[in-house]
Ligand binder design. Structure first.
Ligand code: NAD
Length: 313
């Protein structure tokens, strides 16, 4: 029996931290890929040399050659440029669409059975590009955003109430941008709806901070964007797939039939992740205002996808 193999494309902040977390959790062997010569090899070797101290046997290697990624079970795509202060995620589109198309074509050729987890922004449009570039079925193309956005929401709720983050559960749905939809109906603390615990106006402030959570970090860092929480979120998705845990996580998935206004689009929805990828899109009965907000968010995703199609990606 061989260990699972995960390829992480992009050996920058998100990619290298994702590789580290996967290896240290002993989830899989990791192949780190980048366009810059020496960068993935150097980080791969450095991560491998940490293994005796950390105590794991996952093999971590770095390469510029996609032949080394052959037979991967999962491919995590983090390659591309990140936001600078004042930039929206959408402004990354033209550059990152070209990068995502190129890397996904290569990765899909060498790992035709892999499950793709897209991280590069603008997330929902990059999933759309990856689906086309790979030719994979919808079950095997998904995007990371909702786990991260929900983790931010959970962090702020736990701090507000002075409770463990582990007691907070949240679902942030919709597109990964200003129109994201934190579903307060399905956000609970030890099973109690958050709406019963935090006054409405204070909750509105927390929701606002969640929606702007990425920009808050970009403006603090000055160069680069968040990567500790994004990598943790991507690894939780990998874990559910590698261990066939069937966790229900908010992920960008190609929607069909279950949520009004979302069909044919990659939108953040509750998805059951297991060995086959997206095994089910779970239907939540959203509050009327949340269902409307989800439709608006899907419309924004549609505009982005049409724009990326017009650019010829
Ligand atoms: N979905 C999310 O919630 C989320 C969260 C954080 C970051 N992101 C996105 O993830 C992406 C990466 O962020 P980062 O902070 O790691 O950036 P980074 O600049 O640290 O790393 C990006 C890496 O991609 C590499 N790269 C560029 N073109 C490539 C190509 N053609 N082939 C292979 N590698 C290539 C670069 O050399 C670089 O090492 C950005 O688009 C960022 O916006 C998304």
């Amino acid at each position: 029996m061989t260990r699972n193999k995960v390829t992480v494309i992009g050996a920058g902040n998100v990619g290298a931290t994702t590789a580290q977390r996967i290896a240290e959790a002993g989830l899989a062997d990791v192949v780190l890929v980048d366009i810059v010569e020496g960068l993935p090899q150097g980080k791969g070797l450095d991560l491998a040399e940490a293994a005796p101290v950390v105590g794991h046997d996952a093999r971590v290697t770095g390469t510029n050659d996609y032949a080394d990624t052959a037979g991967s079970d999962i491919v995590v795509v983090t390659s591309g440029i990140a936001r600078k202060p004042g930039m929206s995620r959408d402004e990354l589109m033209a550059t990152n669409a070209g990068i995502v198309r190129a890397v996904v074509e290569q990765a899909a050729k060498h790992s035709p059975q892999a499950i793709l987890i897209i991280v590069t922004n603008p997330l929902d449009a990059m999933c759309h590009v990856a689906l086309q570039a790979s030719g994979f079925p919808r079950e095997r193309v998904l995007g990371m955003a909702g786990v991260l956005d929900s983790a931010r929401f959970r962090t702020f709720i736990a701090r507000e109430l002075g409770v463990s983050v582990e007691d907070t559960h949240a679902f942030v749905l919709g597109g990964h941008g200003d129109t994201m939809v934190p579903s307060t109906k399905y956000t609970t603390v030890a099973g109690i709806p958050v709406e019963d615990l935090i006054p409405r106006d204070r909750l509105a402030q927390i929701l606002e901070r969640t929606a702007k959570g990425g920009a808050e970090i970009v403006s603090l860092l000055k160069t680069g964007s968040a990567y500790y929480a994004p990598s943790a979120a991507a690894v939780q998705m990998c874990e559910s797939i590698v261990l066939d845990k069937k966790m229900i996580l908010p992920c960008a998935v190609l929607s069909s039939g279950k949520y009004d206004g979302c069909d044919g689009l990659f939108v953040g929805l509750p998805a059951k992740l297991g060995a086959d990828g997206v095994e089910e899109v779970v239907k939540f009965k959203l509050a009327a205002n949340e269902a409307e907000a989800l439709k608006r968010s899907a419309a924004a995703v549609k505009e982005l996808c049409e724009a990326v199609d017009r650019l010829g990606f």
